[in-house]
Ligand binder design. Structure first.
Ligand SMILES: *Cc1c(COP(=O)(O)O)cnc(C)c1O
Length: 372
């Protein structure tokens, strides 16, 4: 929390609007729309529920196929299964760690050949950086498949000067506790216009039909954001830019500190936009280091430092066993390399220089490099 939230929360409590929906939710949606420069926003209780609603808007149903990035958190793909559809996973490209346009092209070509076009492509923006949306969009337009952008990790990032999350037909943000700004739990679905979201708004509040009595003709969900949590969110939005600067600074300090160590490669930042560096992620060259990233996480734990492995690609998850997967090149699976050799370092916006120096010393020590 930044401190700004307290006043907004006090206002929400004062007004006694302790409900899902309310004036704070309306205000939060308005603020979000302004920041992201997108006219229509639906605030919901998680990024996962926003993905679920977005896929349903795209008419995903039983027996359908949906293309999805493989190197991501499981929440990107689970809503595909909620709707009875099957995911097809796409590898990362080495230059951005995000969806490989050339693997996507092979997947779309294959779908066409099988005469079974996917209902949507879920493009995930990993660790604070947008995927290369232009070539991806071009391919999707060519094949007539809409994009749902999972921008849960790239809130605040830009691509070609435009907000990450506003490049697809629909976009999704998350305000879960681990994200760059948070409502403790929350999410949003965005679209180019309000009509496109109207149905999702209706479904998110139990799909109650117009009229005085409780009439329901469609299946709905209880997905709306609480008015109290929206108040926290309004305070958080005020510090978004500050947070991005703090996270980028954390990244830059790691980059400088490890510049003398050969065999450490950071997740690259492409010049097509600005990443938030939500997490500082890097890979360790197996030719140079004996330490495997999972051992590294365990060793840092002994220093009371919490590091994390890179997401395990979804095509390797038991849950998604047997799903189709398109690698970056026929025999080059980038996401598997990133998972096997990657690690995420402590990257919080409130990490102090002293704390970060301790992480740097610990990493050098674990890697067997000289401690300064
Ligand atoms: C956090 C996250 C989600 C899910 O958001 P929740 O608000 O936790 O439901 C979805 N996709 C990605 C890539 C995420 O990191």
């Amino acid at each position: 929390m930044s401190g700004e939230e307290q006043q907004w929360l006090a206002d929400a409590i004062q007004s006694n609007w302790i409900a899902p929906i309310g004036p704070m939710v309306d205000g939060f949606e308005r603020d979000l729309g302004l920041i992201m420069n997108t006219p229509s926003v639906l605030a919901v209780h998680s990024g996962t529920s926003a993905l679920h609603l977005g896929l349903r808007l795209l008419d995903v149903g039983p027996g359908d196929e949906v293309i999805c990035s493989s190197l991501t958190y499981v929440a990107s793909a689970n809503p595909i299964r909620y709707l009875g559809a099957e995911p097809i996973f796409i590898d990362s490209e080495p230059s951005s760690w995000n969806m490989s346009p050339q693997a996507l092209e092979r997947a779309l070509y294959d779908a066409k050949r099988r005469n079974r076009m996917p209902k949507a492509v879920v493009v995930v923006n990993l660790y604070g950086q947008s995927a290369d949306m232009e070539p991806i969009k071009e391919l999707c337009n060519h094949y007539g498949v809409p994009i749902l952008e999972d921008a849960a990790e790239s809130f605040g990032a830009t691509y070609k000067g435009k907000a990450s999350g506003t490049w697809g037909k629909f976009g999704v943000y998350s305000f879960n506790g681990n994200k760059i700004v948070t409502t403790s739990g929350g999410g949003a679905l965005v679209a180019e216009n309000e009509e496109a979201l109207a149905k999702a708004r209706f479904w998110a509040s139990q799909a109650r039909d117009q009229g005085a009595h409780y009439e329901h003709s469609e299946l709905g969900y209880n997905y709306r954001l609480s008015n109290v949590l929206a108040a926290i969110g309004r305070g958080q939005l005020d510090v978004l830019e500050e947070r991005i600067r703090a996270r980028r600074k954390v990244f830059a300090r790691y980059e400088i500190a490890f510049s003398h160590i050969e065999g450490i490669s950071f997740m690259p930042e492409r010049d097509y936009g600005r990443a938030t560096r939500w997490l500082t992620a890097l890979t360790l060259d197996p030719q140079r280091f004996q330490v495997h990233p999972s051992e590294m996480v365990a060793k840092l734990e002994e220093w009371n430092i919490e590091a994390r492995p890179v997401w395990k690609p979804l095509h390797l998850q038991p849950l998604y066993n047997g799903c189709r997967y398109f690698a970056h090149e026929e025999h080059v699976s980038v996401s598997e390399y990133l998972f096997t050799h990657g690690i995420c370092l402590p990257s919080g916006s409130s990490l102090t220089d002293t704390e970060q120096n301790r992480v740097i010393d610990a990493v050098e020590s674990v890697l067997g490099c000289v401690v300064r």
